[in-house]
Design a protein around this ligand. Structure first.
Ligand code: SF4
Ligand code: SF4
Length: 379
Protein backbone atom coordinates (compact mmCIF):
# COMPACT_ATOMS: atom_id res chain seq x y z
CA UNK A 1 0.00 0.00 0.00
CA UNK A 2 3.01 2.27 -0.09
CA UNK A 3 4.71 3.26 -3.27
CA UNK A 4 1.86 3.15 -5.78
CA UNK A 5 -0.51 5.68 -4.21
CA UNK A 6 -1.19 8.94 -5.95
CA UNK A 7 -0.92 12.02 -3.81
CA UNK A 8 -4.27 13.82 -3.90
CA UNK A 9 -4.29 17.59 -3.52
CA UNK A 10 -7.74 18.96 -2.86
CA UNK A 11 -8.41 22.57 -3.75
CA UNK A 12 -10.88 25.18 -2.58
CA UNK A 13 -12.87 24.43 -5.73
CA UNK A 14 -13.34 20.76 -4.78
CA UNK A 15 -17.10 20.69 -4.25
CA UNK A 16 -18.74 18.90 -1.35
CA UNK A 17 -21.20 16.45 -2.93
CA UNK A 18 -24.53 15.62 -1.31
CA UNK A 19 -25.56 11.96 -1.45
CA UNK A 20 -28.96 10.48 -2.19
CA UNK A 21 -30.36 8.79 0.93
CA UNK A 22 -29.48 5.06 1.15
CA UNK A 23 -32.08 2.29 1.32
CA UNK A 24 -30.90 1.35 4.84
CA UNK A 25 -28.47 2.61 7.49
CA UNK A 26 -25.98 0.51 9.44
CA UNK A 27 -24.44 1.71 12.71
CA UNK A 28 -21.33 -0.22 13.74
CA UNK A 29 -20.99 -1.13 17.40
CA UNK A 30 -17.51 -2.64 17.35
CA UNK A 31 -15.83 0.50 18.73
CA UNK A 32 -17.29 -0.48 22.13
CA UNK A 33 -20.87 0.80 21.75
CA UNK A 34 -23.83 -0.94 23.34
CA UNK A 35 -27.19 -0.76 21.63
CA UNK A 36 -29.86 1.41 23.26
CA UNK A 37 -32.66 0.27 20.91
CA UNK A 38 -34.57 -2.94 20.20
CA UNK A 39 -35.64 -4.64 17.01
CA UNK A 40 -38.80 -3.11 15.45
CA UNK A 41 -38.47 0.05 17.57
CA UNK A 42 -39.27 3.30 15.83
CA UNK A 43 -36.54 5.97 15.89
CA UNK A 44 -36.31 9.56 14.72
CA UNK A 45 -33.33 11.70 13.74
CA UNK A 46 -31.27 12.47 16.84
CA UNK A 47 -32.47 9.55 18.98
CA UNK A 48 -29.69 7.88 20.95
CA UNK A 49 -29.35 4.40 19.49
CA UNK A 50 -26.11 3.24 21.16
CA UNK A 51 -23.75 4.38 23.91
CA UNK A 52 -20.10 3.91 24.83
CA UNK A 53 -19.39 5.34 28.31
CA UNK A 54 -20.40 9.01 27.93
CA UNK A 55 -20.46 9.02 24.11
CA UNK A 56 -23.58 8.32 22.04
CA UNK A 57 -24.42 7.21 18.53
CA UNK A 58 -27.45 9.10 17.23
CA UNK A 59 -29.86 7.98 14.54
CA UNK A 60 -29.39 9.91 11.30
CA UNK A 61 -32.81 8.94 9.92
CA UNK A 62 -36.44 8.44 10.84
CA UNK A 63 -37.04 4.72 10.59
CA UNK A 64 -37.57 1.29 12.10
CA UNK A 65 -34.83 -0.78 13.72
CA UNK A 66 -34.54 -3.75 11.42
CA UNK A 67 -31.97 -5.73 13.40
CA UNK A 68 -29.64 -5.44 16.38
CA UNK A 69 -26.59 -7.65 16.75
CA UNK A 70 -23.35 -7.39 18.71
CA UNK A 71 -21.78 -5.83 15.65
CA UNK A 72 -24.34 -3.45 14.20
CA UNK A 73 -27.76 -1.84 14.29
CA UNK A 74 -29.57 -1.76 10.97
CA UNK A 75 -32.32 0.81 10.42
CA UNK A 76 -34.71 1.03 7.47
CA UNK A 77 -35.77 4.62 6.85
CA UNK A 78 -39.38 5.69 6.53
CA UNK A 79 -40.51 9.26 6.34
CA UNK A 80 -44.02 8.89 7.76
CA UNK A 81 -42.93 8.74 11.35
CA UNK A 82 -45.54 8.51 14.12
CA UNK A 83 -42.99 9.45 16.74
CA UNK A 84 -42.45 13.07 17.71
CA UNK A 85 -39.30 14.65 16.21
CA UNK A 86 -36.56 15.78 18.59
CA UNK A 87 -36.52 19.55 19.17
CA UNK A 88 -33.21 21.39 18.80
CA UNK A 89 -31.45 22.44 22.00
CA UNK A 90 -30.72 26.05 22.68
CA UNK A 91 -27.02 25.11 22.75
CA UNK A 92 -25.65 28.64 22.97
CA UNK A 93 -27.59 29.44 26.16
CA UNK A 94 -26.67 26.20 27.93
CA UNK A 95 -24.33 26.20 30.95
CA UNK A 96 -20.71 25.86 29.91
CA UNK A 97 -20.31 22.48 31.65
CA UNK A 98 -23.45 21.18 29.91
CA UNK A 99 -22.10 22.35 26.56
CA UNK A 100 -18.84 20.46 27.07
CA UNK A 101 -20.76 17.38 28.22
CA UNK A 102 -22.95 17.52 25.11
CA UNK A 103 -19.95 17.93 22.80
CA UNK A 104 -18.28 14.96 24.53
CA UNK A 105 -21.44 12.92 24.05
CA UNK A 106 -20.97 13.67 20.34
CA UNK A 107 -17.42 12.28 20.41
CA UNK A 108 -15.52 15.59 20.72
CA UNK A 109 -13.20 14.67 23.55
CA UNK A 110 -10.37 17.18 23.12
CA UNK A 111 -12.00 20.00 25.13
CA UNK A 112 -10.87 20.95 28.64
CA UNK A 113 -13.38 21.39 31.41
CA UNK A 114 -11.40 23.94 33.39
CA UNK A 115 -11.68 27.08 31.27
CA UNK A 116 -9.16 29.03 33.34
CA UNK A 117 -6.38 26.63 32.33
CA UNK A 118 -6.71 27.43 28.63
CA UNK A 119 -4.55 30.32 27.47
CA UNK A 120 -4.33 29.40 23.78
CA UNK A 121 -6.49 27.28 21.44
CA UNK A 122 -4.67 25.99 18.37
CA UNK A 123 -6.79 24.76 15.48
CA UNK A 124 -4.71 22.50 13.29
CA UNK A 125 -5.89 22.90 9.68
CA UNK A 126 -2.76 21.31 8.18
CA UNK A 127 -2.62 18.03 6.23
CA UNK A 128 -3.24 15.06 8.49
CA UNK A 129 -1.65 12.57 6.15
CA UNK A 130 1.37 12.49 3.85
CA UNK A 131 -0.42 10.68 1.07
CA UNK A 132 -4.17 10.72 1.01
CA UNK A 133 -5.77 13.29 3.30
CA UNK A 134 -4.45 16.67 2.35
CA UNK A 135 -5.33 20.03 3.77
CA UNK A 136 -9.13 20.58 3.55
CA UNK A 137 -9.63 23.99 1.89
CA UNK A 138 -13.18 23.08 0.88
CA UNK A 139 -14.20 23.45 4.55
CA UNK A 140 -13.06 27.09 4.51
CA UNK A 141 -14.69 27.62 1.11
CA UNK A 142 -18.09 26.02 1.70
CA UNK A 143 -18.47 25.60 5.45
CA UNK A 144 -17.06 28.89 6.67
CA UNK A 145 -20.21 29.85 8.53
CA UNK A 146 -20.19 26.57 10.45
CA UNK A 147 -16.50 27.05 11.27
CA UNK A 148 -17.31 30.56 12.56
CA UNK A 149 -19.98 29.04 14.85
CA UNK A 150 -17.24 26.71 16.11
CA UNK A 151 -14.96 29.68 16.81
CA UNK A 152 -17.77 31.52 18.60
CA UNK A 153 -18.32 28.44 20.79
CA UNK A 154 -14.60 28.24 21.63
CA UNK A 155 -14.67 31.95 22.53
CA UNK A 156 -17.55 31.42 24.92
CA UNK A 157 -16.01 28.28 26.44
CA UNK A 158 -12.55 29.85 26.85
CA UNK A 159 -13.13 33.64 27.01
CA UNK A 160 -9.56 34.58 27.87
CA UNK A 161 -7.82 32.31 25.35
CA UNK A 162 -6.15 33.44 22.12
CA UNK A 163 -7.36 31.39 19.15
CA UNK A 164 -4.79 30.54 16.49
CA UNK A 165 -5.39 28.54 13.32
CA UNK A 166 -2.42 26.87 11.59
CA UNK A 167 -2.85 26.69 7.80
CA UNK A 168 -0.45 25.75 4.98
CA UNK A 169 1.79 28.45 3.52
CA UNK A 170 0.06 30.59 0.88
CA UNK A 171 -3.37 29.16 1.77
CA UNK A 172 -4.91 32.63 1.64
CA UNK A 173 -7.34 31.99 4.51
CA UNK A 174 -8.97 34.65 6.65
CA UNK A 175 -11.23 33.95 9.60
CA UNK A 176 -13.12 36.35 11.78
CA UNK A 177 -11.36 37.13 15.07
CA UNK A 178 -8.83 34.34 14.70
CA UNK A 179 -5.11 34.65 14.22
CA UNK A 180 -4.29 32.66 11.08
CA UNK A 181 -0.71 31.38 11.12
CA UNK A 182 0.90 30.08 7.93
CA UNK A 183 3.06 27.03 8.47
CA UNK A 184 5.58 25.76 5.92
CA UNK A 185 6.57 22.29 7.16
CA UNK A 186 5.37 19.03 5.66
CA UNK A 187 4.14 15.76 7.17
CA UNK A 188 4.82 14.46 9.83
CA UNK A 189 5.62 17.94 11.19
CA UNK A 190 2.03 18.97 10.41
CA UNK A 191 0.80 16.65 13.21
CA UNK A 192 -0.54 18.52 16.21
CA UNK A 193 2.27 17.87 18.76
CA UNK A 194 4.78 19.48 16.37
CA UNK A 195 2.47 22.36 15.44
CA UNK A 196 1.90 23.12 19.11
CA UNK A 197 5.64 23.07 19.77
CA UNK A 198 6.39 25.30 16.76
CA UNK A 199 3.70 27.87 17.57
CA UNK A 200 3.92 28.00 21.35
CA UNK A 201 7.27 26.47 22.27
CA UNK A 202 8.10 23.12 23.81
CA UNK A 203 7.17 23.90 27.41
CA UNK A 204 4.08 26.01 26.82
CA UNK A 205 1.26 25.39 29.27
CA UNK A 206 -2.45 25.99 28.80
CA UNK A 207 -2.49 25.12 25.09
CA UNK A 208 -5.62 23.32 23.91
CA UNK A 209 -5.41 21.82 20.42
CA UNK A 210 -8.08 20.59 18.09
CA UNK A 211 -8.39 19.62 14.45
CA UNK A 212 -10.21 21.61 11.78
CA UNK A 213 -12.79 18.84 11.41
CA UNK A 214 -13.49 18.96 15.16
CA UNK A 215 -14.00 22.72 14.88
CA UNK A 216 -16.51 22.03 12.09
CA UNK A 217 -18.25 19.45 14.32
CA UNK A 218 -18.47 21.89 17.24
CA UNK A 219 -19.82 24.55 14.86
CA UNK A 220 -22.43 22.15 13.43
CA UNK A 221 -23.74 21.30 16.89
CA UNK A 222 -23.75 24.92 18.09
CA UNK A 223 -25.46 26.10 14.92
CA UNK A 224 -28.19 23.45 14.76
CA UNK A 225 -28.66 22.61 18.46
CA UNK A 226 -28.83 19.00 17.28
CA UNK A 227 -26.49 16.04 17.70
CA UNK A 228 -24.04 15.15 14.97
CA UNK A 229 -25.72 12.87 12.48
CA UNK A 230 -23.49 13.59 9.50
CA UNK A 231 -19.85 14.08 8.64
CA UNK A 232 -17.84 15.51 5.76
CA UNK A 233 -15.79 12.78 4.24
CA UNK A 234 -12.97 12.61 1.70
CA UNK A 235 -13.45 9.44 -0.34
CA UNK A 236 -10.48 8.80 -2.63
CA UNK A 237 -10.56 11.98 -4.72
CA UNK A 238 -14.13 13.09 -3.94
CA UNK A 239 -15.61 14.96 -0.97
CA UNK A 240 -19.10 14.14 0.31
CA UNK A 241 -21.51 15.27 3.01
CA UNK A 242 -22.47 11.92 4.44
CA UNK A 243 -25.04 10.84 7.05
CA UNK A 244 -23.62 8.65 9.83
CA UNK A 245 -24.59 5.03 9.22
CA UNK A 246 -24.45 5.35 5.42
CA UNK A 247 -23.45 1.85 4.22
CA UNK A 248 -19.88 1.85 2.89
CA UNK A 249 -20.81 -0.25 -0.13
CA UNK A 250 -23.63 2.17 -1.12
CA UNK A 251 -21.24 5.10 -0.60
CA UNK A 252 -18.68 3.60 -2.98
CA UNK A 253 -21.35 2.71 -5.54
CA UNK A 254 -22.74 6.26 -5.47
CA UNK A 255 -19.22 7.51 -6.23
CA UNK A 256 -18.80 4.99 -9.08
CA UNK A 257 -16.13 3.03 -7.21
CA UNK A 258 -16.55 -0.65 -7.98
CA UNK A 259 -16.92 -2.53 -4.68
CA UNK A 260 -15.61 -5.68 -6.39
CA UNK A 261 -12.35 -3.93 -7.20
CA UNK A 262 -11.69 -2.95 -3.57
CA UNK A 263 -9.10 -5.16 -1.88
CA UNK A 264 -8.52 -2.93 1.16
CA UNK A 265 -9.78 0.26 2.78
CA UNK A 266 -8.63 2.61 5.49
CA UNK A 267 -10.43 5.38 7.37
CA UNK A 268 -8.86 8.68 8.49
CA UNK A 269 -5.63 8.55 6.54
CA UNK A 270 -3.25 6.07 5.00
CA UNK A 271 -0.29 6.88 7.24
CA UNK A 272 -1.96 6.79 10.63
CA UNK A 273 -5.61 5.84 10.11
CA UNK A 274 -7.50 2.64 10.86
CA UNK A 275 -7.64 -0.23 8.35
CA UNK A 276 -11.18 -1.55 7.84
CA UNK A 277 -11.47 -5.32 7.85
CA UNK A 278 -14.83 -5.27 6.01
CA UNK A 279 -16.98 -2.97 3.89
CA UNK A 280 -20.13 -4.33 5.52
CA UNK A 281 -20.33 -1.47 8.00
CA UNK A 282 -21.40 2.14 7.75
CA UNK A 283 -19.81 5.55 8.12
CA UNK A 284 -19.01 6.42 11.74
CA UNK A 285 -19.27 9.97 13.16
CA UNK A 286 -15.49 10.35 13.55
CA UNK A 287 -14.70 9.40 9.95
CA UNK A 288 -13.31 12.21 7.84
CA UNK A 289 -11.80 10.06 5.11
CA UNK A 290 -12.10 6.70 3.45
CA UNK A 291 -9.51 5.43 0.99
CA UNK A 292 -9.80 2.25 -0.99
CA UNK A 293 -7.12 0.21 -2.71
CA UNK A 294 -7.08 -2.20 -5.57
CA UNK A 295 -5.26 -5.49 -5.26
CA UNK A 296 -2.29 -4.31 -7.32
CA UNK A 297 -1.81 -1.31 -4.99
CA UNK A 298 -1.26 -3.50 -1.95
CA UNK A 299 2.20 -5.06 -1.59
CA UNK A 300 2.16 -8.84 -1.06
CA UNK A 301 2.03 -9.84 2.60
CA UNK A 302 5.28 -11.45 3.74
CA UNK A 303 6.56 -12.58 7.08
CA UNK A 304 10.11 -11.42 6.55
CA UNK A 305 11.81 -10.60 9.84
CA UNK A 306 13.35 -7.26 10.74
CA UNK A 307 16.84 -7.01 9.22
CA UNK A 308 17.98 -4.22 11.57
CA UNK A 309 18.57 -1.81 8.71
CA UNK A 310 17.66 1.13 10.95
CA UNK A 311 15.62 2.99 8.32
CA UNK A 312 12.67 3.21 10.73
CA UNK A 313 14.87 4.85 13.36
CA UNK A 314 16.36 7.28 10.86
CA UNK A 315 12.94 8.70 9.90
CA UNK A 316 11.28 8.78 13.33
CA UNK A 317 10.49 12.45 13.98
CA UNK A 318 10.55 12.06 17.76
CA UNK A 319 13.87 10.23 17.87
CA UNK A 320 12.70 6.82 19.12
CA UNK A 321 15.04 3.85 18.51
CA UNK A 322 12.28 2.25 16.49
CA UNK A 323 14.29 -0.81 15.44
CA UNK A 324 14.51 -1.74 19.14
CA UNK A 325 11.01 -0.66 20.12
CA UNK A 326 9.58 -2.70 17.27
CA UNK A 327 11.47 -5.83 18.33
CA UNK A 328 10.18 -5.48 21.90
CA UNK A 329 6.64 -4.72 20.77
CA UNK A 330 6.60 -7.73 18.43
CA UNK A 331 7.79 -9.96 21.28
CA UNK A 332 5.24 -8.47 23.74
CA UNK A 333 8.09 -7.27 26.00
CA UNK A 334 6.00 -4.34 27.21
CA UNK A 335 8.20 -3.12 30.06
CA UNK A 336 11.14 -2.94 27.64
CA UNK A 337 8.87 -0.99 25.28
CA UNK A 338 8.27 1.58 28.00
CA UNK A 339 12.01 1.93 28.51
CA UNK A 340 12.31 2.66 24.77
CA UNK A 341 9.84 5.58 25.12
CA UNK A 342 6.75 3.86 23.78
CA UNK A 343 4.50 6.72 24.89
CA UNK A 344 6.53 9.28 22.93
CA UNK A 345 5.38 7.70 19.65
CA UNK A 346 2.94 10.07 17.93
CA UNK A 347 1.73 7.35 15.52
CA UNK A 348 2.77 9.13 12.34
CA UNK A 349 3.38 5.89 10.42
CA UNK A 350 6.70 7.04 8.93
CA UNK A 351 8.51 3.93 10.25
CA UNK A 352 5.90 1.66 8.64
CA UNK A 353 6.21 3.55 5.39
CA UNK A 354 9.97 3.04 5.01
CA UNK A 355 10.37 -0.46 6.49
CA UNK A 356 12.00 -2.59 3.81
CA UNK A 357 10.59 -5.84 5.17
CA UNK A 358 7.13 -4.26 5.64
CA UNK A 359 6.85 -5.01 9.35
CA UNK A 360 3.57 -3.53 10.67
CA UNK A 361 5.57 -1.48 13.18
CA UNK A 362 2.93 1.07 14.16
CA UNK A 363 0.33 -1.65 14.69
CA UNK A 364 2.69 -3.38 17.12
CA UNK A 365 3.30 -0.07 18.87
CA UNK A 366 -0.44 0.60 19.18
CA UNK A 367 -0.91 -2.90 20.56
CA UNK A 368 1.88 -2.31 23.11
CA UNK A 369 0.27 0.98 24.17
CA UNK A 370 -3.04 -0.79 24.78
CA UNK A 371 -1.32 -3.40 26.94
CA UNK A 372 0.74 -0.90 28.94
CA UNK A 373 -2.42 1.13 29.65
CA UNK A 374 -3.85 -2.02 31.25
CA UNK A 375 -0.62 -2.44 33.28
CA UNK A 376 -1.18 0.95 34.99
CA UNK A 377 -2.31 0.74 38.65
CA UNK A 378 -6.05 1.36 39.11
CA UNK A 379 -7.31 4.57 40.66
S1 SF4 B 1 4.93 5.88 14.23
FE1 SF4 B 1 7.06 5.23 14.03
S2 SF4 B 1 8.12 6.96 13.13
FE2 SF4 B 1 6.18 7.74 13.91
S3 SF4 B 1 6.64 8.46 15.99
FE3 SF4 B 1 5.96 6.34 16.17
S4 SF4 B 1 7.83 5.14 16.13
FE4 SF4 B 1 8.38 7.17 15.35
S1 SF4 C 1 12.96 -0.53 8.86
FE1 SF4 C 1 12.00 -2.52 9.22
S2 SF4 C 1 13.63 -3.98 8.79
FE2 SF4 C 1 14.62 -1.98 9.07
S3 SF4 C 1 15.16 -1.93 11.28
FE3 SF4 C 1 13.17 -0.99 11.06
S4 SF4 C 1 11.71 -2.69 11.44
FE4 SF4 C 1 13.69 -3.60 10.98
Amino acid sequence: MKKTLQRIDYTASTKIQVLEPPSYYTFMLDAGYTSAVKKKEEVVIGDIIATCRNTHLYSSCNGIVESVSEKAIKITPHEESTKEQISPLSFKTMERSAQIEYLEANGIDSLWRNTKNVQVCIINALPTDAVAVQYMPFLFAEEKETLEHGIETLRSLYPSARIRCAVPKNANISMQSVEVVEYAKTYPYTLTPFVKQELEGQDALGVLTLSLIDLWRIGSIARSGKPLTETILVVNNAVVRCPVGYPLTSLLERLSISVDSVAGAVSNGVMNGEPLCTLEGGVLPHFYSLHTFKKEEIPPVTDDPCVSCGFCTSVCPVGIRVHLLNQYAERTMFEACQEEHLEACIECGMCDYVCITKRPIMQYIRNAKQHTKKMLPMG
